[in-house]
Design a protein around this ligand. Structure first.
Ligand SMILES: Nc1ncnc2c1ncn2[C@@H]1O[C@H](COP(=O)(O)OP(=O)(O)OP(=O)(O)O)[C@@H](O)[C@H]1O
Length: 254
């Protein structure tokens, strides 16, 4: 089943240069897809267009047959409960306990008043603990987030995304601030999200070898255009050079 479909997507921030140009791809439910490409290629912008953190200029983003570009504020809020987001710098509230940060993932289901008063049900609290246990950090539930290591904070970020009960998780350079060991733990957890929970993952990565190890499929972006889209085993050295290099940027079809 196709979960996400982008058709002719274009994005410009200053109405002069296209940051993204004619982006077309589909993602099936349960796929683990990495997006690679040099700095400034448009990887973060692409993820932001998908959940409409930024508006697109041209084209269509379909999420389960809903055209995201047409949604009004309230509908968009509802749709975003289906799309979790994981950030390079975690985006947690550092002075709040881990458990509260995880429960913030439920805000999309709350009224503004319930959110302000941090009103969460017993079921939601049990789920938060369950996820922290799954991620191996339940013992830190009542610690402030800023007392945790980077890798532990990223696991809080994953728990916060999962408690939303999402169908898609967008990860924007989730391991860019972590050492190799912590990176592996995070990537293993992200992989198990797709394999065990059948949640689709779209992950921006700088580390090509990590993308190759974990992904079903890799999309290569350069100067706002897709120049590679195929299974990870076809990402050869030459293709990596093509994605990161400056030579002719023709689409490689595989
Ligand atoms: N809010 C913004 N306003 C104006 N220009 C922006 C904005 N965000 C990004 N850009 C520009 O859009 C281009 C793509 O940026 P983006 O962050 O999407 O690339 P990226 O591939 O994720 O880069 P990196 O790997 O360094 O994070 C860059 O030229 C950047 O300067």
């Amino acid at each position: 089943m196709t979960l996400l479909a982008l058709e002719g997507l274009a994005k410009t921030y200053d109405s002069e240069t296209n940051v993204l140009e004619d982006i077309n791809f589909q993602v099936e439910a349960g796929e683990f897809v990495s997006i690679i490409g040099p700095s400034g290629a448009g990887k973060s912008t692409l993820l932001r267009c998908i959940n409409r953190m930024v508006d697109i200029n041209e084209g269509i983003v379909h999420f389960e047959n809903t055209n995201i570009g047409l949604l009004k504020k309230k509908e968009l809020r509802k749709l975003r409960t289906n799309i979790g987001m994981i950030f390079q710098h975690y985006n947690l509230v550092p002075r709040l306990p881990v458990i509260e940060n995880v429960l913030h993932g439920r805000f999309g289901y709350k009224t503004m008043m319930q959110g302000l008063l941090s009103q969460f049900t017993e079921k939601e609290k049990r789920q938060a603990f369950f996820l922290l246990e799954k991620l191996g950090i339940a013992e830190h539930a009542y610690k402030r987030c800023d007392q945790l290591s980077g890798g532990q904070q990223q696991r809080v970020g994953i728990a916060r995304a999962l408690i939303q009960d999402p169908k898609l998780v967008l990860c924007d350079e989730p391991i860019a601030s972590l050492d190799p060991n912590a990176s592996q733990v995070i990537m293993d957890h992200l992989k198990s999200i797709t394999s065990e929970l059948n949640i689709t993952c779209l992950v921006n990565l700088h580390q090509v070898e990590v993308a190759q190890k974990y992904s079903d499929r890799i999309i290569g972006l350069n100067e706002g255009k897709i120049i590679f889209d195929g299974p990870n085993h076809l990402v050869t050295k030459d293709r990596i050079n093509h994605i990161y290099g400056t030579e002719s940027k023709k689409l490689i079809t595989v």
